[in-house]
Write a protein that binds this ligand. Sequence first.
Ligand SMILES: NC(=O)c1ccc[n+]([C@@H]2O[C@H](COP(=O)([O-])OP(=O)(O)OC[C@H]3O[C@@H](n4cnc5c(N)ncnc54)[C@H](OP(=O)(O)O)[C@@H]3O)[C@@H](O)[C@H]2O)c1
Length: 351
Amino acid sequence: MDLFSSTIAPFPSSPHPHSTCLKGRRLVVYSSRSSGSTNSPKEKMIISITGATGFIGRRLVQKLLSDKHKIHVLTRSRRNAQLIFPVESFSEVTIAEEQEWGESIQASDAVVNLAGMPISTRWSPEIKKEIKQSRVNVTRKVVHLINRMNADVRPSVLVSATAVGYYGTSENKVFDEKSPSGNDYLSEVCREWEARASEVDKDVRLVLLRIGVVLGKDGGALAKMIPLFKLFAGGPLGTGNQWFSWIHLDDLVNLICEALTNPSYKGIINGTAPNPVRLSEMCEQLGNVMGRPSWLPVPDFALKAVLGEGATIVLEGQKVIPAKAKELGFSFKYPFVRDALKAIISLSNSN
Ligand SMILES: NC(=O)c1ccc[n+]([C@@H]2O[C@H](COP(=O)([O-])OP(=O)(O)OC[C@H]3O[C@@H](n4cnc5c(N)ncnc54)[C@H](OP(=O)(O)O)[C@@H]3O)[C@@H](O)[C@H]2O)c1
């Protein structure tokens, strides 16, 4: 089982056919979709993405390419990005280092902003500062580059990541997009991150995705949790009562794609599955799909050893409901954690 491999498997089709009127340079292409009509018209777009080289970004690039869009990877390191997107297999990907971001964005119809230093580390005061600054600074830069362009050459949509950490943590409250922010460190990071994105000019459609814990094969919290889980024969983490607001990587990527093309997607949207679970249930389901009964608790210290203080995301959760996505009719391929885990574990076993 290779949970850390970066091989990119074929992406399942998006559930929502849509087309939008963007800038004049696009071509209309036809692609097959999993639900509804099989041949729906779709706009071919150029999309600039920060954080494209990361866990979510890699999958997003793969999906957008399969939908025949062109991608501009906005990165800090061309060398690293070229290793992830070698030109032989990614001819529709253009890589841009920071001094080229302006040009790349100007040539784009849309921007997705996913950059940020990983939070699964030890949180020294310096690292905490960088966790925040890496998000705030990249977002400020992207917004500045968009705003200084003439309205007729600007991308028409900015989809910017933020996180459910915005709401703070609670064992009994339920949070939707209208809930107030919390008062811990991560909620402060999210507020500032969102505030910078909200400075984009009003003629650019802004979607702020408050993302939950993303479950996927090739990275994120799950890849780090599984070996631990095996070691401790998979029991609840901490007390097990904490809420775990998760989303399958493919659903998140489909949500981003939908946000890019569907003009009804605007403002704050929670990127979480409709059925968050208590951590004890998440561990029980993981134990079941891995064929390991859940009986020994994984101690907090072990989780902190692999996730650093970033473990607070898992050890002190929040119950977040995707009210807006449901209202918009977004169809989740994995509404239940058992199915999501089953799909991920079977994919890992088959590689
Ligand atoms: N994964 C989750 O469960 C989850 C949950 C909630 C929110 N989010 C948010 O969603 C976004 C993407 O998540 P991810 O899991 O795909 O992240 P990731 O794998 O850690 O990748 C993020 C990307 O950000 C860039 N980056 C890293 N450190 C940076 C720094 N110090 N300054 C500027 N850029 C830096 C890197 O791109 P380059 O090296 O190419 O520049 C990296 O590939 C992040 O902002 C994350 O906070 C993720």
